[in-house]
Design a protein around this ligand. Structure first.
Ligand code: NAD
Length: 493
């Protein structure tokens, strides 16, 4: 089966109870504990997964350590690993419908978007990393020593990969694919609420030929097994994606153990709309930037800054356009915005909208839950007239909420854009090429988009500055972060 745009045949799947994947085997947790997995579009239980404890986590780390040390994966040539990673990508494409159904029922993602975004990106990440696996190499070093000096790029060993709830498939692949390409073994802990696609990927990796023990998936709570993974002495690197608060803790534990980390943390990006932009096109990008994935998007653009002459006009256009965005059942192919992934996320959005109301802000559209089939829905919401110091502007809401503020000058727009603790993404809409380059250079963010939003590709690195983290995923930079450099100097005497 190949990837097509047709999603009409994809229905809610029936999923049996899932187990831990350790050393190539499916097993119950030693405690026998299980966690219910909820369909966010109905609030009903879909299935349950095994809830691991520290003992299970240790078993997984030991399996990965043995697999790394005996060379069953690290000992393969880059080309042999690439062949298997290519097969992973093929299987992701072949099993696309099954993956979409699982990801949609677990996260509430509209099936129509899950295919072009989550499935295709995952397949392309494996393809891109398969290419990189064949290019990992050191280099010769010119030296006055009477010696042949060169560097080798070697895998780090066992990688602990911790991922958040919002893009389970893409974010686990953005760690596992480069880690495997470089020859590492992995213990993956997905988010407790949305682990189903990680378990499905364990099946796919095995079918593709990844040997037992090379990738282990351990499901359960962050406070127990996430913590145990951070603390484990046999882990050689922590690759973490999640909130800034937990990331700060994870980085400090890793620092204590002197382990390398990559930290992909929270975001609160500004989207700058200049009066010289193509406004009609810009509005499409602005809406995509904050409703995509129901606003549960670290790289979303929830803060719109509009050059003052356009301010009221843009609010009117946005009010009409946003209220017309189709919100509903993720399994309906016409749906653009599904439910939030859990009820607690809707409650958080409600709190922020209440703060806005208390501050006498203008709710241009939305501002309330959508009562639909018991699901966790919130209407896409636009809020104007907030002060820049408001918590609604400064903090990461992580829901379908856009705040809109006016600006008078380019310098003011840049200052407002840079005026939060975050620095993951930013973007601007302008018809002026010189301004595009000038402003892009001044925005404090790991990635800047001009005249569109969320243009992401496995070849283009992304990651944060400031409290959005450090390290880069995607691109050759990602592969490098899963290797260490060894220098070899051979005397010619
Ligand atoms: P979270 O920080 O609550 O959880 C992330 C992961 O950490 C989960 O697997 C969780 O179980 C685990 N965890 C929790 N406590 C832990 C502990 N003590 N030790 C080890 N692991 C622990 O984040 P979330 O709510 O799942 O995801 C939303 C956040 O992730 C947002 O802030 C969002 O911006 C961020 N995010 C960032 C990126 C990026 O690329 N920068 C991408 C997606 C999401």
């Amino acid at each position: 089966m190949t990837v097509t745009d047709d999603t009409t045949h994809i229905v809610r799947p029936t999923i049996g109870p899932r187990q831990l994947f350790i050393d190539g085997q499916w097993r119950e947790s030693t405690s026998g504990a299980r966690t219910d997995i909820i369909d966010p579009s109905t609030g009903r239980t879909v299935t349950s997964v095994a809830e691991a404890n520290a003992e299970d986590l240790d078993t997984a780390v030991q399996a990965a350590r043995t697999a790394f040390d005996d060379g069953r994966w690290s000992g393969l040539s880059g080309r042999e690993r690439a062949r298997i990673l290519h097969r992973v990508a093929e299987l992701v494409r072949e099993r696309a419908d099954e993956i979409i159904a699982v990801e949609s029922v677990n996260v509430g993602k509209p099936v129509s978007l899950c295919r072009p975004v989550d499935v295709l990106t995952t397949a392309e990440q494996y393809e891109y990393c398969a290419a990189l696996a064949q290019t990992t190499s050191g280099s010769n070093r010119e030296t006055p020593l009477h010696a042949h000096a060169y560097t080798r790029r070697e895998p780090l060993g066992v990688v602990g990969a911790i991922t958040p709830f919002n893009f389970p498939l893409i974010l686990s692949s953005s760690k596992i694919a480069p880690a495997l390409a470089a020859g590492n073994c992995v213990v993956h802990k997905p988010a407790e609420d949305t682990p189903l696609s990680a378990l499905l990927m364990a099946e796919i990796l095995t079918e593709a030929g990844v040997p037992a023990g090379v990738v282990n998936v351990v499901t359960g709570k962050g406070s127990t097994i996430g913590e145990a993974l951070l603390q484990h002495r046999d882990i050689d690197k922590i690759a973490f994606t999640g909130s800034t608060g937990i990331g700060r803790h994870a980085a400090s534990v890793a620092g204590q153990n002197l382990k390398p980390v990559t930290m992909e943390l929270g975001g609160n990006a500004a989207h700058l709309l200049f009066a010289d932009a193509d406004v009609e096109k810009a509005v499409g990008a602005i809406i995509k930037g904050f409703v995509f994935n129901t606003g549960q998007f670290c790289m979303g653009g929830p803060r719109l800054l509009v050059e003052r002459p356009l301010y009221e006009t843009v609010l009117t256009i946005l009010g009409e356009a946003v209220s017309g965005v189709p919100v509903g059942d993720p399994f309906d192919p016409k749906t653009v915005v599904g439910p939030m992934a859990a009820d607690k996320h809707v409650a958080k959005v409600e709190e922020y909208v209440q703060i806005a109301r208390d501050e006498n802000a203008r709710i241009v559209t939305g501002g309330e839950r959508l009562d639909l089939d018991g699901g966790f829905y919130y209407k896409p919401t636009v809020i104007a007239d907030l002060d820049n110091a408001s918590r609604v502007v400064q903090e990461e809401i992580f829901g379908p909420v856009l705040t809109v503020q006016p600006f008078d000058t380019e310098d003011e727009a840049i200052a407002l854009a840079n005026g939060t603790e975050y620095g993951l993404a930013a973007g601007l809409q302008t018809g002026n090429v010189a301004r595009a380059h000038r402003v892009a250079a001044k925005l404090q963010a790991g990635i800047v988009w001009v005249n569109d939003w969320a243009m992401l590709d496995p070849a283009v690195p992304f990651g944060g500055v400031k409290n959005s983290g450090f390290g880069r995923e995607y691109g050759p930079e990602a592969l490098e972060s899963y290797t260490k450099v060894k220098s070899v100097v051979i005397s010619l005497d």
